[in-house]
Design a protein around this ligand. Structure first.
Ligand code: IPM
Ligand code: MG
Length: 366
């Protein structure tokens, strides 16, 4: 099979972690007889430096012409980088938001599960971590506060800033269906998270989710308020299968869910539209503090490439091979710095390695 992959290496640790994901894809392609053809696409700070804007029309066209896009990370240190002296709509993040919108990537899948090998990295109490967990957050990605009208204005010497949270029933229904489809292939439970005790948009969200749920009689549907969900994620993460939520809540809860797995460096994500196309990226950011040091954890990006094989190319066996190679490498004791045992925990058989070494180990085991 021939697959055309757009590659957004981006900023910070992006180029280092994407290189390892490409290495793993090349190994898989060799073994299973696929041609992965890469087109580099500029986005984020590197695009600002080269073109003056975080995402050009040409970059959008190149992404649209690909079968799928693999992304590293974008952005820099907001306190020191000149990119953050630009107006908000010219900063690196604006490129990512514009790309999500241009490609209509409304469903963002963020799986968070605890690898038994990394149980010691989990910050939860041993009895809670011991129960394990395996959830997918389905975050709405092209609506809500991120894309509502916003303005900052001064009236009678007082500055007021406004952001708008609005959702149409169409936007809610399509992402809810995606969540129920995913749950029906998993443990058959959707927890829809909102703030229906306060927000109109959440009350509509709840109503439409209930309507969609009626079409999936074998999937349990529960509603949970977002503040309670933030608490439940650390109290009893095992209760969650699919968590469905709007854009901003999903942004916050997915960072929380990722951290209870032990490291944000482990978590992949897929942003999907109505077609087979997807944008695949690690859940973590550009980590400018460790960029260029060769110590970043590429596993989230490698697992994002596995999601790409599964969702955009229907290459399930190949995706399994990548995921199993990651598990094997962890079981053999390979660790990047972020997933090293904490002080006082056993280090027998643990091998501290850098970005390239763990990428090599995973690609050799695919
Ligand atoms: C994420 C990121 C982005 C978001 C930023 C970089 C705009 O935090 O993908 O979670 O808020 O969606
Ligand atoms: Mg985020």
């Amino acid at each position: 099979m021939e697959c055309h992959i757009g590659v957004i290496s981006g900023d910070g640790i992006g180029p280092e972690i994407v290189a390892e994901a490409k290495k793993v894809l090349t190994a898989v392609g060799k073994k299973y007889g696929h041609d992965f053809i890469y087109t580099d696409i500029l986005m984020g700070g590197c695009s600002i430096d080269a073109t003056g804007v975080p995402l050009t029309d040409q970059a959008i066209a190149a992404a649209k012409a690909s079968d799928a896009v693999l992304m590293g990370s974008i952005g820099g240190d907001a306190a020191t980088s000149p990119w953050y002296r630009l107006p908000p709509d010219k900063r690196p993040e604006a490129g990512l938001l514009a790309l999500r919108k241009a490609l209509n990537l409304f469903a963002n899948l963020r799986p968070a599960s605890l690898y038994p090998e990394l149980a010691a990295a989990c910050p939860l109490r041993a009895d809670v971590a011991g129960a394990g967990f395996d959830m997918v957050i389905v975050r709405e990605l092209t609506g809500g506060l991120y894309f509502g009208a916003r303005k900052t204005e001064e009236v009678d010497g007082v500055v007021t800033a406004t952001d708008t949270l609005s959702y149409s029933e169409t936007e809610i229904r399509r992402v809810a269906k995606r969540a129920f489809d995913i749950a029906s292939k998993r443990r058959k439970k959707v927890t829809s998270v909102d703030k229906a005790n306060v927000l109109d948009s959440s009350r509509l969200w709840r109503k439409i989710v209930d309507e969609v749920a009626a079409g999936y009689p074998d999937v349990e549907c529960a509603h949970m308020l977002v503040d309670n969900c933030a608490m439940q994620l650390v109290k009893d993460p095992a209760q969650f299968d699919v968590v469905l939520t709007e854009n901003m809540f999903g942004d916050i809860l997915s960072d929380e869910a990722s951290m209870v797995t032990g490291s944000i460096g482990m978590l992949p994500s897929a942003s999907l539209n109505d077609t087979k196309f997807g944008l695949y990226e690690p859940s973590g950011g550009s980590a400018p503090d460790i960029a260029g040091k060769g110590i970043a954890n590429p596993i989230a990006t490698i697992l994002s490439a596995a999601m790409m094989l599964r969702y955009s190319f229907d290459l399930d066996a190949e995706a399994d091979a990548v995921e199993n190679a990651v598990k094997a490498v962890l079981a053999e004791g390979y660790r990047t710095i972020d997933i090293m045992p904490r002080p006082g925990e056993p280090t027998d058989g643990i091998k501290k390695v850098g970005t390239k070494e763990i990428g090599d180990a995973i690609s050799e085991r695919c």
